[in-house]
Design a protein around this ligand. Structure first.
Ligand code: AMP
Ligand code: MG
Length: 332
């Protein structure tokens, strides 16, 4: 009897030890085509973690281009036919994306779906498209053919064959949505990492700034090329090392220039944006990579005004120089 009691007590202690540990542990899941990790430190409970990951799942179900029943797949299937009713998330992100397209003269373009599919980067059919293939998609990627009706909550693609792709913005939106949950749940500090799309939230117990490393594009697994010391905010990078394939001894990366229909070439290896809005960071990291340093700095005040937040750029050029906000235009 005594033996049994000791055994039950032992099990109870083991279980409570693990449940206490589980409370404060980091959670990771494969969502939105990437590893999503959230660390809530001491405020982490199973309840908050599951609320966060349920929300991420909901966002994936709306924006996925691989899930046939996602909202975006429905919009794409109805291209050239009819407007599709969409939830508020899709209205909001589409509105941001179209405003960004207008400001960047289409360098950021969610209508690039047919071109993204054609290049097939990160799929088994990645290849350099030939002229005929490019001709087949070039009239199907104009963001001005995307009609958002915010009042009625619908999205319509004017031409059959058009396809939306939110890969350059949705992780930023998702990080901002997690931050809303953190505020509601009174979480004091957190680190959100959605496939390299970072948000550091709150402040450290010792009052010291967060340290966020920027990957060395030449060797992403090595030491960071730069470490940012910062308060609360988001850090998002678009770089040549993230998704790419090689053909004929050349590397073709996943950030496409809608004007050339080829991977963007600006003598850059990566472009990082820091801001309080992760969605702005995400769309801008893609856009600035396409636009290059000079055009990005020219647009900075306009972007800040349009989206109501300050932004900072960190570019890495092809010689691996970090061009930070303090020295935006280094001499050639
Ligand atoms: P990111 O890693 O945030 O720069 O986003 C790149 C992803 O966005 C790609 O994998 C494509 O799905 C999509 N994409 C590529 N080029 C563009 C572009 N110029 N504008 C918007 N989305 C793009
Ligand atoms: Mg992006």
């Amino acid at each position: 009897m005594k033996k049994n009691f000791c055994f039950v007590l032992f099990c109870f202690l083991v279980l409570s030890f693990f449940s206490c540990r589980r409370k404060a542990s980091v959670h990771s899941e494969l969502l939105m085509d990437t590893v999503c990790t959230v660390n809530l430190f001491d405020d982490g409970t199973d309840e908050i973690y599951s609320r966060i990951f349920r929300r991420l799942q909901e966002i994936e179900n709306e924006f996925s281009v691989t899930k046939k029943d996602s909202v975006v797949s429905k919009i794409n299937s109805a291209a050239g036919k009819n407007p599709v009713p969409v939830p508020p998330d899709v209205v909001r992100v589409t509105d941001f994306a179209l405003r960004a397209a207008s400001l960047t003269d289409g360098s950021f373009n969610i209508a690039l779906g047919p071109l993204v599919d054609l290049w097939g980067i990160n799929t088994g059919r990645a290849h350099v498209p030939d002229g005929a293939e490019l001709d087949g998609v070039k009239d199907l990627i104009d963001w001005r053919d995307v009609v958002l009706d915010g009042e009625n909550g619908t999205v319509f693609l004017k031409k059959s064959g058009m396809k939306l792709n939110y890969g350059g913005i949705v992780k930023g939106f998702a990080a901002d949505e997690i931050v809303k949950i953190l505020k509601e749940c009174d979480v004091k500090k957190a680190v959100i990492d959605l496939g390299g799309n970072i948000y550091v939230y709150g402040s450290k117990d010792n009052g010291e700034p967060w340290k966020v490393g920027l990957k060395n594009p030449m060797n992403p697994a090595s030491e960071p090329i730069e470490v940012l010391s910062m308060g609360e905010g988001s850090v998002v990078t678009s770089g040549v090392y993230e998704r790419f394939f090689e053909q004929g001894g050349r590397r073709y990366h996943h950030i496409l220039d809608p004007k050339t229909l080829f991977p963007a070439e600006n003598n850059l290896l990566s472009s990082t944006v820091v801001s309080s809005s992760s969605m702005v960071c995400d769309l801008l990291s893609t856009a600035t990579f396409v636009m290059g340093i000079t055009a990005s700095y020219a647009l900075k005040p306009v972007i800040e005004d349009e989206f109501g937040c300050e932004v900072w750029f960190y570019f890495v050029d092809e010689s691996c120089n970090v061009i930070s906000p303090e020295f935006p235009l280094l001499p050639e």
